[in-house]
Design a binder for this molecule. Structure first.
Ligand code: SAH
Length: 204
């Protein structure tokens, strides 16, 4: 996975590659789909949701340019895999999930793999962020939004980065938004296809 899907496609951040080698992805995939753990695709995790394609998880993590000191908000815990990878790359991760059963799935996966020490899973609507632990040095959203939620930018520390797919329900651009002295700078990294972000600032 790391050599064929990540390095060859230009993921060059060695910390990200090491984190993806370290986290056992099969522990975050439902038992009936384990043979697909290292496939180059998203994998269903129930409730119409998916664990993201490994390349997307790596690209989003790389886009945040983490050094190890950061407090990170992960919107859409899903399987907990992305949160586990971020837990290796930053200091502390708050991962928020709308579907209570998936939050439990994520939590169990993180605990079983010994990754729950600096990763906390919350149940709630992450489209409005999670104010109690703000501000964040980095925010990642694993579901596609109609627009960038203003509240997420509000919870970002100055010089912080937000990575989020923005577009239609079916197709999005993966955006990196950097906050600088209250203003924001946005750039699109690639086209992508994520499940819809729901909640107050997501799709109805
Ligand atoms: N990063 C995850 C994959 C996320 S799939 C992983 O590595 O497995 C997207 C997840 O976002 C789904 O679990 C979905 O239930 C969740 N989601 C959608 N809208 C949400 C919202 N408003 N707040 C929190 N989670 C949300």
């Amino acid at each position: 996975m790391v050599d064929e899907q990540l390095r060859k496609r230009g993921i060059g951040d060695e910390r990200v590659l090491a984190a993806m080698l370290e986290i056992p992805r099969e522990e975050f995939v439902p038992i009936e789909s384990r043979v697909l753990s290292y496939a180059d695709d998203p994998v269903p995790i129930g409730f119409g949701q998916t664990i993201s394609q490994p390349y997307m998880t790596a690209l989003m993590a790389q886009s945040l340019a983490l050094k190890g000191t950061e407090t990170i908000l992960d919107v859409g815990a899903g399987s907990g895999y992305g949160a586990a990878v971020l837990g290796v790359l930053g200091a502390r991760v708050i991962s928020i999930e709308l579907v209570p059963a998936l939050a439990q799935f994520a939590m169990r996966n993180l605990q079983r793999t010994g990754r729950a020490g600096n990763v906390t899973v919350m149940v709630g609507d992450g489209s409005i962020g999670y104010a109690d632990a703000a501000p964040y040095d980095a925010i990642t959203v694993g579901a596609g939004a109609p627009e960038t939620p203003a509240g997420l930018i509000g919870q970002l520390r100055d010089s912080g980065r937000l990575v989020i797919p923005v577009g239609t329900r079916k197709d999005q651009s993966l955006m990196i938004i950097t906050k600088k002295k209250g203003a924001t700078d946005s750039r699109a990294v690639t086209q992508c296809r994520f499940v819809p972000l729901r909640g107050a600032e997501g799709w109805r």
